[in-house]
Design a protein around this ligand. Structure first.
Ligand code: GTP
Ligand code: MG
Length: 320
């Protein structure tokens, strides 16, 4: 089989956006060759910071991300946006509303905006999103933003690749907050209540504050501070504070896409990739404990990456 990918990968590493776009499509379709690419690209990742932005439909996520892109571009940072909609089938990457909302950045070569849909199988979108983030990182972006619609477990899984997760709510989100309580509080590093130009935003901020305080009281360990912001993405109110906080956190954090060697993310990739392969090919290569221990040591020492470990354990998807 002739693999047309090598030159695509070379172009990706030079920051070629068309190569990136084609590779994201291949990742979205879940081709057997993807794991080998991930293995090759793992060591070529940039120091990209990854922000997850999630919240209910129509909360103003894309309006906010559009502002965020402008903010980063003013500081000459290259920004990739992956707009993920777990409820829509993949379409080659067009979720219309998101495109329109961020249209003014479409011609900017320092910006890459791409939609990702689902093929319906469990976990597939999370994996595709993570792989797309690795591609964006290898293409040299400084910031990667993952926008995903919804606040259920699937959406929270999708943003699990992010360094930090901003949950964007609106004054009408009170019910969402009550039903999602635990998962949402776990997942959010920051909350913003958007559409503060409408009534009810102070009330929701107070409810969130009370829930976070209650959680901190119940927890045995010291929990990280979860800042709350009232903003209007459309008007720009309150955004300076939120953007400054995001920048301060970016400066503090080491990106999990970049941080060597055996990070939570790397371990999760090994676990998920190997599990998936075992399920897909029950007659696949067997692993004995010795292999696993050696590989775990090598991963811990940063001598190999997680995709290489998955492949060493179980081979590629196309290998019997
Ligand atoms: N009043 C008001 N409307 C806003 C604000 N921010 C966004 N909107 C409007 O809310 C609508 C939805 O905005 P989007 O940015 O597309 O929201 P989204 O969360 O990305 O939507 P989906 O991706 O479809 O879930 C648009 O009509 C925006 O103009 C705001 O601060 N105040
Ligand atoms: Mg949107």
């Amino acid at each position: 089989v002739v693999n047309p990918a090598p030159h695509l990968l070379d172009r990706l590493l030079l920051g070629d956006l068309r190569a990136l776009s084609r590779l994201v499509t291949r990742v979205e379709h879940g081709g057997a060759e993807v794991l080998a690419w991930m293995e090759q690209l793992w060591d070529r990742r940039s120091a990209a910071r990854v922000l997850g932005v999630t919240g209910p439909p129509g909360a103003g996520k894309s309006t906010f991300v559009d502002r965020l892109i402008s903010h980063h571009r003013a500081a000459d940072r290259r920004v990739a946006v992956l707009a993920v909609d777990p409820s829509s089938p993949f379409t080659g990457g067009a979720i219309l509303g998101d495109r329109i909302r961020m249209q003014r950045h479409a011609a900017d070569p320092g910006v890459f905006i791409r939609s990702l849909g689902t093929r319906g199988h469990h976990g597939g979108l999370t994996r595709a999103t993570r792989e797309a983030a690795v591609l964006c990182s290898a293409a040299g972006f400084d910031r990667i933003v993952i926008e995903t619609v919804g606040v259920g477990q699937t959406e929270l899984d999708v943003v699990s690749v992010a360094d930090q997760v901003l949950v964007l709510l609106v004054p009408e989100s009170g019910d969402v907050v009550q039903t999602m309580k635990a998962g949402l509080l776990e997942a959010a590093d920051l909350f913003a209540v958007n559409k503060a130009d409408r009534p009810g935003s102070d009330k929701l901020l107070r409810e969130l504050r009370a829930m976070l305080d209650e959680r901190a009281e119940v927890a045995q360990a010291e929990l990280p501070e979860v800042p709350l912001f009232g903003v209007s993405a459309a008007r720009g109110d309150g955004l300076d504070e939120l953007l400054a906080e995001l920048d301060a956190r970016d400066a503090r954090l080491a990106s999990p896409l970049q941080r060597p060697p055996a990070t939570d993310l790397a371990l999760r990739i090994v676990g998920e990739e190997t599990t998936r392969r075992v399920i897909a090919a029950p007659r696949g290569r067997r692993v004995d404990g010795g292999d696993l221990a050696d590989l775990a040591r090598a991963l811990e020492a940063g001598e190999v990456g997680p995709y290489a470990v998955a492949r060493a354990l179980l081979g590629s998807d196309d290998e019997p």
